[in-house]
Design a protein around this ligand. Sequence first.
Ligand code: ZN
Length: 269
Amino acid sequence: MPELPEVETTLRGIRPHLEGRTLREVIVRESRLRWPVSDEVAGLAGSRVLGLSRRAKYLLIRLEPGVLLIHLGMSGTLRVVDASVPLRKHDHVDLLLDDGQVLRFNDPRRFGTVLFQAGDQPHGLLAKLGPEPLSDDFDGPWLFQRSRGRKVAVKSFIMDNATVVGVGNIYAHESLFLAGIHPSRAAGRISRERYERLAASIKTVLGRAIEAGGTTLKDFTRADGQPGYFAQSLNVYGRAGQPCLQCGARLKADRHGQRSTAYCPQCQR
Ligand SMILES: [Zn+2]
């Protein structure tokens, strides 16, 4: 599943190809995505692309009449290719640009989203989101203050979009390991100092993933390429039962909701 680093990398990959261009045509071949793609989207032909940005895992394409929100869902990808490149299965939406290139949205599982919001008000989907993890609004004191009185496991707490956006399962695993915090510890029972470490770890882990993604940027314009979801070095995710890379102890697993979380019983308290 595309996580925040993949979405950020996608943004950096496609932005230079879109900004300042005009949409010659918008082709919707399959409108049954997570939510139906409205007829307004096809009506965006002729609009100029004013800018691209990201909020949580949403890509925001700012056009003259409003904002196009794209979410990659479980399996979505975006590529910039020449309009003559043959379609592949699951190429659902094309934004054809005035230079003959096309931004092509592919999504086999169709949990992705292409929504249009007229005007410059932020979309309702973005209203209740917590701070961006790599911004200065997100830090240890924020986590500390938000967590007081909370009995929820710290792993669930940091994966909640109202706490901070973009900390998916892999990144929660790795950040907690890096900060030395047990994933099942009650969020309200962690000190301010340890939250400082956790906030820093989240920034480090996400920042590294985005850096790793930078090396795959070229794939976004390859006709045959599968835009990169990058391999990352994992300390605990998917490694329950194997030795801790730091101390050699056998990694254990706890359940949080539907998910199992691997951790080191020695390094994480
Ligand atoms: Zn260990």
